[in-house]
Design a protein around this ligand. Structure first.
Ligand SMILES: Nc1nc2c(ncn2[C@@H]2O[C@H](COP(=O)(O)OP(=O)(O)OP(=O)(O)O)[C@@H](O)[C@H]2O)c(=O)[nH]1
Ligand SMILES: [Mg+2]
Length: 375
């Protein structure tokens, strides 16, 4: 039994296959790891398989699978998950874009108890070298979509990651396209994740296979995972819906506080109603803050803004932005667009709510580790 299996999906990588296997094997030796290397090839028409077979003869820890049907990167990685003969799985590209030197760190984090360890291009210390603007924009778009589902993961579409086998053992993965990690995060069973920064280096040799079809498949995948998370309560994205729901309930409690204070100050204390409204708004913001801090996000030292006062200030600023958005939409739709004002207001409230949740989630209650803030 091996300590870990490094899965290398390949398609037409005759120029890289030897180097990547050698580099990974050197890293194993230098770190005293008893590792398996599993090449999963989609029946490349070049000499990738021949070279892999040559290496297999010399290195007993190298294995390979040649797939004849259901061509695809994600499908190949999923098959690698199945066929790997160890409990810790690492996925790495063959084209030397990912540094094998990080494999031991990933392995040790899993040993420490993390379920998923992601090599991230989009956190402090990470980066991308030599990518044309178009690639960067496409990648950022994909990353943004992925982060809607997994706000704590900076690089949910990375091709370089490690998982414990149990994460995918019973998962009904629907692998397709390029972003197998998103599928694993969406459908796998996991709680703790960790990211390690790395610098992605564009391939020197071999051809790129990114096509428009890849982008369409990705959008379908995001929708599929979203629907999946609505019906599978153990999924990570479900934890996010729970937060959205709690945040909404807190918002409703804020309306009650607002109305109550407005009524009390106007009718009983005798304040002019607009002055009373200022107090009502402020008190409802404080009400919402307290509930969100203690309940929705269970905030504490694990937050980037670890000081409660800082979170309170941040919440005020974001809420003010939400109010401006709400009123801006109300004005634009009604006075410019001619929409009935109550209809405009509902739309304004919904967009303002989306803003408040997303920005507070990512700023006010951003977690320090990049991991999930709640168990
Ligand atoms: N088995 C298999 N592997 C694939 C397939 N497509 C790509 N790969 C491999 O998956 C890894 C990532 O593919 P790349 O083509 O490098 O994708 P990329 O890094 O987004 O783009 P470029 O590096 O610019 O080509 C490489 O090791 C490829 O050989 C496929 O259809 N099947
Ligand atoms: Mg590549």
């Amino acid at each position: 039994m091996y300590d870990l299996t490094v899965i290398i999906p390949t398609y037409k990588e005759e120029a890289n296959i030897r180097n990547i296997i050698t580099e990974v094997d050197v890293v194993f030796k230098q770190n005293n790891l008893n590792g398996e290397i599993l090449v999963v090839d989609d029946n490349s028409p070049d000499s990738t398989i021949t070279i892999a077979n040559e290496i297999k003869k010399i290195k007993p820890n190298v294995n390979s699978i040649v797939r004849l049907a259901d061509h695809g990167l994600s499908q190949s990685v999923a098959e690698g998950f199945d066929k790997a003969s160890s409990d810790i799985l690492v996925v790495i590209d063959a084209d030397l874009s990912h540094p094998p030197a990080l494999i031991p760190a990933m392995y040790h984090e899993i040993k420490e108890g993390y379920d998923v360890v992601i090599g991230s291009r989009y956190m402090d210390g990470g980066g991308i070298k030599k990518w044309p603007l178009k690639r960067r924009i496409i990648s950022l778009g994909a990353t943004f979509l992925g982060r809607l589902l997994f706000p704590d993961v900076s690089d949910p579409v990375s091709g370089f990651f490690a998982i414990r086998k149990s994460v995918v053992a019973n998962a009904s993965l629907k692998p397709r396209g390029y972003k197998i990690l998103l599928e694993v995060l969406g459908k796998g069973t996991w709680e703790k994740d960790k990211e390690i920064p790395f610098e992605f280096v564009d391939r020197e040799v071999g051809s790129s296979k990114l096509k428009l079809k890849t982008i369409v498949e990705y959008a379908q995948q995001v929708i599929d995972i979203t629907l999946f998370s609505f019906t599978h309560r153990q999924s990570a994205a479900w934890r996010e819906w729970k937060r959205v729901f709690k945040f909404g309930l807190v918002g409703i409690s804020g309306i009650v506080v607002n109305m109550g204070v407005l009524w009390y100050l106007t009718d009983f204390v005798g304040f002019y109603y607009l002055i009373a409204s200022l107090f009502a708004i402020e008190l409802s913001i404080i009400n919402n803050f307290i509930w969100n801090d203690l309940w929705t996000f269970k905030a504490g030292a694990s937050q980037k803004l670890s000081n409660r006062w800082h979170r309170l200030i941040s919440f005020h600023v974001v809420s003010a932005g939400g109010l401006v958005i709400n009123m801006g939409i109300l004005y634009l739709l009604t006075s410019v667009g001619g929409v009935y004002y109550l209809t405009s207001n509902i739309i304004g409230i919904l967009v303002g709510f989306g803003w408040n949740f997303m920005v507070n989630r990512r700023v006010t209650w951003k977690s320090r580790t990049g991991g999930d803030p709640q168990p």
